[in-house]
Design a protein. Sequence first.
Length: 102
Amino acid sequence: MKQLEVTIMGQSYILGCPEGGEQSLLEAVGNVDREMSAIRDAGKVKARERIAVLAALNLAYALAERPAPVRSANAIAGAASTDIDALIRRIDQALGADGQLL
């Protein structure tokens, strides 16, 4: 696991990040920093903890309001095929060497 130093609302944090996930983490940090800074700059909330909670709620709400991604027919068929293959393997194991259930 890689570690990245980031800054959110002027404060540095060291965050763990899986290899290859740096860009996604930096985008998330940017979103959190923008949201927290906007709440702070509005001037109604001063405590960092309250700003962080409000920012988390705003971001979670925005995420929940996004439409669900549409899965392609190929992705659905591929998942079904994988499930069927796993089921066939389980049946083969249950049947054992003789190949007869009863």
